[in-house]
Design a protein around this ligand. Structure first.
Ligand code: ATP
Length: 312
Protein backbone atom coordinates (compact mmCIF):
# COMPACT_ATOMS: atom_id res chain seq x y z
CA UNK A 1 0.00 0.00 0.00
CA UNK A 2 1.22 3.45 -0.81
CA UNK A 3 2.57 5.48 2.04
CA UNK A 4 1.48 8.71 0.45
CA UNK A 5 -2.15 9.75 0.73
CA UNK A 6 -2.11 13.27 -0.69
CA UNK A 7 0.46 14.83 -2.99
CA UNK A 8 0.22 18.22 -4.61
CA UNK A 9 2.55 19.61 -7.20
CA UNK A 10 2.70 23.39 -7.53
CA UNK A 11 -1.00 23.66 -6.88
CA UNK A 12 -2.20 27.16 -7.68
CA UNK A 13 -5.55 28.94 -7.55
CA UNK A 14 -6.15 32.40 -8.82
CA UNK A 15 -9.41 34.31 -8.40
CA UNK A 16 -9.14 37.07 -10.99
CA UNK A 17 -6.19 39.19 -9.87
CA UNK A 18 -6.07 37.46 -6.51
CA UNK A 19 -3.61 34.64 -6.02
CA UNK A 20 -5.24 32.60 -3.27
CA UNK A 21 -2.89 29.60 -3.47
CA UNK A 22 0.48 29.73 -5.13
CA UNK A 23 2.69 26.77 -6.11
CA UNK A 24 1.83 24.64 -3.11
CA UNK A 25 3.61 21.26 -3.14
CA UNK A 26 2.81 19.17 -0.09
CA UNK A 27 2.64 15.54 0.95
CA UNK A 28 0.37 13.85 3.47
CA UNK A 29 1.48 10.39 4.56
CA UNK A 30 -0.58 7.41 5.58
CA UNK A 31 -1.75 7.36 9.21
CA UNK A 32 -0.54 10.81 10.18
CA UNK A 33 -2.31 13.88 11.46
CA UNK A 34 -1.18 16.58 9.08
CA UNK A 35 -1.68 20.15 10.17
CA UNK A 36 -2.15 22.79 7.55
CA UNK A 37 -1.25 25.88 9.53
CA UNK A 38 -1.69 29.49 8.56
CA UNK A 39 -3.45 32.72 9.42
CA UNK A 40 -6.88 33.65 8.14
CA UNK A 41 -6.87 34.15 4.40
CA UNK A 42 -3.64 32.16 3.93
CA UNK A 43 -5.23 29.83 1.39
CA UNK A 44 -5.95 26.79 3.56
CA UNK A 45 -9.62 26.33 2.68
CA UNK A 46 -8.97 26.93 -1.00
CA UNK A 47 -6.26 24.25 -1.00
CA UNK A 48 -8.50 21.77 0.81
CA UNK A 49 -11.34 22.52 -1.58
CA UNK A 50 -9.03 21.80 -4.52
CA UNK A 51 -8.07 18.47 -2.92
CA UNK A 52 -11.74 17.56 -2.62
CA UNK A 53 -12.48 18.46 -6.21
CA UNK A 54 -14.75 21.34 -5.17
CA UNK A 55 -12.55 23.98 -6.80
CA UNK A 56 -10.58 23.56 -10.00
CA UNK A 57 -6.91 24.56 -9.74
CA UNK A 58 -5.69 27.29 -12.04
CA UNK A 59 -2.48 25.30 -12.47
CA UNK A 60 -0.54 22.51 -10.83
CA UNK A 61 -1.91 19.13 -9.87
CA UNK A 62 -2.90 16.96 -6.95
CA UNK A 63 -3.35 13.27 -6.25
CA UNK A 64 -5.62 12.03 -3.47
CA UNK A 65 -5.42 8.34 -2.62
CA UNK A 66 -3.89 7.74 -6.00
CA UNK A 67 -6.65 9.53 -7.92
CA UNK A 68 -7.32 12.99 -9.22
CA UNK A 69 -9.32 15.23 -6.85
CA UNK A 70 -13.05 14.67 -7.24
CA UNK A 71 -12.61 11.37 -9.07
CA UNK A 72 -14.85 8.59 -7.73
CA UNK A 73 -11.86 6.62 -6.39
CA UNK A 74 -10.81 9.60 -4.27
CA UNK A 75 -14.30 10.76 -3.25
CA UNK A 76 -15.40 7.32 -2.05
CA UNK A 77 -12.47 7.06 0.35
CA UNK A 78 -12.40 10.64 1.62
CA UNK A 79 -14.56 12.14 4.35
CA UNK A 80 -14.61 15.90 4.73
CA UNK A 81 -15.84 18.58 7.06
CA UNK A 82 -15.18 21.73 5.15
CA UNK A 83 -18.23 23.85 5.52
CA UNK A 84 -20.68 23.07 8.27
CA UNK A 85 -22.74 20.31 6.64
CA UNK A 86 -26.40 21.21 6.31
CA UNK A 87 -28.12 19.36 9.14
CA UNK A 88 -31.87 19.47 9.67
CA UNK A 89 -32.41 21.31 12.97
CA UNK A 90 -35.55 19.42 14.03
CA UNK A 91 -34.23 15.96 13.20
CA UNK A 92 -32.15 14.09 15.73
CA UNK A 93 -28.42 13.69 15.21
CA UNK A 94 -29.03 10.02 14.45
CA UNK A 95 -31.75 10.73 11.87
CA UNK A 96 -29.61 13.41 10.24
CA UNK A 97 -26.86 10.84 9.79
CA UNK A 98 -29.37 8.30 8.48
CA UNK A 99 -30.45 10.76 5.79
CA UNK A 100 -26.82 11.29 4.82
CA UNK A 101 -26.08 7.57 4.91
CA UNK A 102 -28.88 6.99 2.43
CA UNK A 103 -27.53 9.70 0.13
CA UNK A 104 -24.11 8.13 0.29
CA UNK A 105 -25.54 4.61 -0.03
CA UNK A 106 -23.83 3.37 3.08
CA UNK A 107 -25.68 0.97 5.38
CA UNK A 108 -27.54 2.25 8.46
CA UNK A 109 -25.13 0.46 10.78
CA UNK A 110 -22.45 2.95 9.71
CA UNK A 111 -24.55 5.58 11.51
CA UNK A 112 -24.21 3.83 14.88
CA UNK A 113 -20.52 3.28 14.44
CA UNK A 114 -19.97 6.93 13.47
CA UNK A 115 -22.05 8.18 16.43
CA UNK A 116 -20.02 6.03 18.78
CA UNK A 117 -16.71 7.16 17.39
CA UNK A 118 -17.56 10.80 18.07
CA UNK A 119 -19.09 9.95 21.45
CA UNK A 120 -22.61 11.05 20.53
CA UNK A 121 -24.43 7.72 20.66
CA UNK A 122 -26.19 8.59 23.92
CA UNK A 123 -27.39 11.95 22.65
CA UNK A 124 -28.12 10.63 19.17
CA UNK A 125 -31.89 10.88 19.57
CA UNK A 126 -31.86 14.52 20.64
CA UNK A 127 -32.77 17.15 18.10
CA UNK A 128 -29.80 18.64 16.28
CA UNK A 129 -30.85 22.13 17.34
CA UNK A 130 -30.44 21.19 21.01
CA UNK A 131 -26.77 20.28 20.54
CA UNK A 132 -23.91 22.44 21.78
CA UNK A 133 -21.58 23.82 19.14
CA UNK A 134 -19.05 21.14 20.05
CA UNK A 135 -21.64 18.39 19.59
CA UNK A 136 -22.71 19.88 16.26
CA UNK A 137 -19.11 19.87 15.14
CA UNK A 138 -18.65 16.28 16.31
CA UNK A 139 -21.76 15.29 14.38
CA UNK A 140 -20.11 16.91 11.37
CA UNK A 141 -17.10 14.66 11.89
CA UNK A 142 -19.46 11.69 12.26
CA UNK A 143 -20.99 12.54 8.89
CA UNK A 144 -17.50 12.63 7.40
CA UNK A 145 -16.82 9.20 8.90
CA UNK A 146 -19.91 7.53 7.45
CA UNK A 147 -18.24 5.83 4.53
CA UNK A 148 -15.30 4.70 6.71
CA UNK A 149 -12.94 6.86 4.69
CA UNK A 150 -9.18 6.39 4.61
CA UNK A 151 -8.64 10.14 4.57
CA UNK A 152 -10.42 12.69 6.72
CA UNK A 153 -10.16 16.35 5.68
CA UNK A 154 -11.20 18.77 8.41
CA UNK A 155 -11.24 22.52 7.83
CA UNK A 156 -10.64 24.36 11.12
CA UNK A 157 -12.41 21.66 13.14
CA UNK A 158 -12.09 23.51 16.45
CA UNK A 159 -13.08 26.93 15.15
CA UNK A 160 -15.68 28.60 17.34
CA UNK A 161 -15.60 25.94 20.06
CA UNK A 162 -15.13 26.70 23.73
CA UNK A 163 -12.00 25.29 25.41
CA UNK A 164 -13.80 22.11 26.51
CA UNK A 165 -15.21 21.53 23.04
CA UNK A 166 -11.78 22.16 21.52
CA UNK A 167 -10.17 19.63 23.84
CA UNK A 168 -12.86 17.04 22.98
CA UNK A 169 -12.33 17.60 19.27
CA UNK A 170 -8.55 17.30 19.59
CA UNK A 171 -8.87 14.07 21.52
CA UNK A 172 -11.24 12.76 18.88
CA UNK A 173 -8.81 13.58 16.08
CA UNK A 174 -5.92 11.89 17.87
CA UNK A 175 -8.15 8.83 18.51
CA UNK A 176 -9.15 8.63 14.86
CA UNK A 177 -5.53 8.73 13.78
CA UNK A 178 -4.77 6.06 16.37
CA UNK A 179 -7.32 3.86 14.64
CA UNK A 180 -5.49 4.19 11.37
CA UNK A 181 -7.30 7.13 9.80
CA UNK A 182 -5.17 9.70 8.01
CA UNK A 183 -6.27 13.18 9.03
CA UNK A 184 -5.51 16.42 7.25
CA UNK A 185 -6.73 19.42 9.17
CA UNK A 186 -6.36 23.13 8.80
CA UNK A 187 -5.86 25.42 11.73
CA UNK A 188 -4.78 28.93 12.54
CA UNK A 189 -3.80 27.84 16.05
CA UNK A 190 -0.14 27.02 16.56
CA UNK A 191 -0.70 25.45 19.94
CA UNK A 192 -3.27 23.11 18.48
CA UNK A 193 -1.06 21.96 15.64
CA UNK A 194 1.87 21.61 18.00
CA UNK A 195 -0.24 19.44 20.28
CA UNK A 196 -1.91 17.01 17.91
CA UNK A 197 -0.15 16.97 14.55
CA UNK A 198 2.67 14.72 13.41
CA UNK A 199 3.67 16.94 10.54
CA UNK A 200 2.80 20.44 9.56
CA UNK A 201 2.66 22.50 6.41
CA UNK A 202 2.95 26.20 7.12
CA UNK A 203 1.12 28.44 4.66
CA UNK A 204 0.93 32.21 4.50
CA UNK A 205 -0.05 34.48 1.65
CA UNK A 206 -0.94 31.43 -0.43
CA UNK A 207 2.58 29.98 -0.29
CA UNK A 208 3.81 26.93 1.55
CA UNK A 209 6.66 28.23 3.69
CA UNK A 210 7.73 24.96 5.26
CA UNK A 211 6.70 21.37 5.61
CA UNK A 212 8.19 19.19 8.30
CA UNK A 213 7.57 17.38 11.55
CA UNK A 214 6.63 19.69 14.37
CA UNK A 215 9.80 18.64 16.23
CA UNK A 216 12.06 19.42 13.28
CA UNK A 217 10.44 22.78 12.73
CA UNK A 218 11.02 23.72 16.33
CA UNK A 219 14.62 22.55 16.12
CA UNK A 220 16.79 21.16 18.90
CA UNK A 221 16.29 22.19 22.46
CA UNK A 222 18.69 24.32 24.45
CA UNK A 223 19.55 24.47 28.13
CA UNK A 224 19.29 27.78 29.92
CA UNK A 225 21.58 28.19 32.91
CA UNK A 226 21.74 30.86 35.57
CA UNK A 227 24.71 30.42 37.86
CA UNK A 228 27.33 32.39 39.83
CA UNK A 229 30.02 33.37 39.19
CA UNK A 230 29.03 33.54 35.57
CA UNK A 231 32.56 33.58 34.09
CA UNK A 232 33.37 30.36 35.90
CA UNK A 233 30.04 28.86 34.80
CA UNK A 234 30.87 29.90 31.23
CA UNK A 235 34.19 28.05 31.35
CA UNK A 236 32.54 24.88 32.68
CA UNK A 237 29.69 25.11 30.16
CA UNK A 238 32.20 25.42 27.28
CA UNK A 239 34.07 22.40 28.55
CA UNK A 240 30.85 20.33 28.66
CA UNK A 241 29.10 21.59 25.53
CA UNK A 242 31.99 22.81 23.37
CA UNK A 243 33.09 26.41 22.85
CA UNK A 244 30.74 27.10 19.94
CA UNK A 245 27.67 25.73 21.67
CA UNK A 246 27.52 28.24 24.50
CA UNK A 247 26.11 31.74 24.35
CA UNK A 248 26.36 34.35 27.04
CA UNK A 249 22.96 35.97 27.70
CA UNK A 250 22.09 39.01 29.81
CA UNK A 251 21.09 36.88 32.74
CA UNK A 252 22.88 33.59 32.19
CA UNK A 253 24.00 31.12 29.55
CA UNK A 254 22.33 29.29 26.71
CA UNK A 255 23.78 25.90 25.76
CA UNK A 256 22.97 23.96 22.65
CA UNK A 257 22.40 20.76 24.57
CA UNK A 258 19.38 18.52 25.02
CA UNK A 259 17.84 18.26 28.47
CA UNK A 260 19.45 14.83 28.95
CA UNK A 261 22.68 16.72 29.56
CA UNK A 262 21.32 18.70 32.51
CA UNK A 263 22.54 16.28 35.25
CA UNK A 264 26.06 16.11 33.84
CA UNK A 265 26.21 19.87 33.46
CA UNK A 266 24.95 20.33 37.02
CA UNK A 267 27.61 17.95 38.36
CA UNK A 268 30.36 19.77 36.46
CA UNK A 269 29.19 23.19 37.69
CA UNK A 270 28.90 22.08 41.29
CA UNK A 271 32.26 20.32 41.05
CA UNK A 272 33.83 23.63 39.96
CA UNK A 273 32.31 25.42 42.94
CA UNK A 274 29.69 27.28 40.90
CA UNK A 275 26.33 28.11 42.54
CA UNK A 276 23.46 27.00 40.29
CA UNK A 277 20.35 29.18 40.41
CA UNK A 278 18.50 27.56 37.53
CA UNK A 279 18.96 24.98 34.78
CA UNK A 280 16.03 24.46 32.48
CA UNK A 281 15.41 23.23 28.96
CA UNK A 282 14.00 25.70 26.48
CA UNK A 283 12.42 24.82 23.17
CA UNK A 284 11.43 27.21 20.50
CA UNK A 285 7.68 27.20 20.18
CA UNK A 286 6.13 26.77 16.78
CA UNK A 287 5.04 30.34 17.25
CA UNK A 288 8.66 31.57 17.35
CA UNK A 289 9.37 29.54 14.23
CA UNK A 290 6.34 30.94 12.48
CA UNK A 291 7.33 34.52 13.25
CA UNK A 292 10.84 33.89 11.97
CA UNK A 293 9.45 32.51 8.72
CA UNK A 294 6.81 35.13 8.06
CA UNK A 295 8.08 38.16 9.92
CA UNK A 296 4.42 38.46 10.88
CA UNK A 297 4.36 40.22 14.22
CA UNK A 298 0.80 39.22 14.98
CA UNK A 299 1.12 35.60 13.92
CA UNK A 300 -1.56 33.06 13.28
CA UNK A 301 -2.27 32.48 16.95
CA UNK A 302 -4.25 35.68 17.04
CA UNK A 303 -5.87 35.16 13.69
CA UNK A 304 -3.94 37.79 11.84
CA UNK A 305 -4.75 38.18 8.18
CA UNK A 306 -1.85 37.63 5.84
CA UNK A 307 -2.03 39.56 2.63
CA UNK A 308 -2.70 37.56 -0.48
CA UNK A 309 0.21 38.03 -2.80
CA UNK A 310 -0.26 39.25 -6.29
CA UNK A 311 1.54 37.42 -9.05
CA UNK A 312 4.89 39.00 -9.80
N1 ATP B 1 -14.42 32.19 -4.26
C1 ATP B 1 -13.49 33.13 -4.05
N2 ATP B 1 -13.45 34.23 -4.81
C2 ATP B 1 -12.51 35.19 -4.61
N3 ATP B 1 -11.57 35.13 -3.66
C3 ATP B 1 -11.56 34.06 -2.86
C4 ATP B 1 -12.52 33.00 -3.00
N4 ATP B 1 -12.26 32.06 -2.06
C5 ATP B 1 -11.19 32.51 -1.37
N5 ATP B 1 -10.77 33.70 -1.85
C6 ATP B 1 -9.64 34.48 -1.35
O1 ATP B 1 -8.49 33.67 -1.34
C7 ATP B 1 -7.72 33.91 -0.18
C8 ATP B 1 -7.51 32.61 0.56
O2 ATP B 1 -8.74 32.23 1.16
P1 ATP B 1 -8.94 30.89 1.98
O3 ATP B 1 -10.37 30.86 2.42
O4 ATP B 1 -8.42 29.75 1.22
O5 ATP B 1 -8.00 31.14 3.23
P2 ATP B 1 -7.94 30.37 4.61
O6 ATP B 1 -6.51 30.19 4.90
O7 ATP B 1 -8.80 29.18 4.58
O8 ATP B 1 -8.51 31.43 5.60
P3 ATP B 1 -9.79 31.35 6.54
O9 ATP B 1 -9.37 30.52 7.69
O10 ATP B 1 -10.02 32.80 6.89
O11 ATP B 1 -10.89 30.76 5.70
C9 ATP B 1 -8.46 34.95 0.63
O12 ATP B 1 -7.90 36.20 0.35
C10 ATP B 1 -9.85 34.89 0.10
O13 ATP B 1 -10.49 36.14 0.20
Amino acid sequence: MTNTIVVTDRLTKRYGERLAVSDVSLTVRSGEVYGFLGPNGAGKTTTLRMLLGLVRPTSGSATVLGHGPGEPGAVARTGALIEGPGFYPYLSGRDNLRVMARYQRVPDRAVESALQRVDLAERGDDAFKSYSLGMKQRLGVASALLGEPDLLVLDEPTNGLDPGGMADMRRLIVDLAGQGQTVMLSSHLLSEVQEICDRVGVIAGGRLLAESTVADLRGGSTLLVRADPVDQALAVAMRVAGDDAVQLLDDGLSLELGEDWAPELARALVGAGVDIREIRPSERSLEDVFFEMTGDAAGPGVGAAAPVEEER
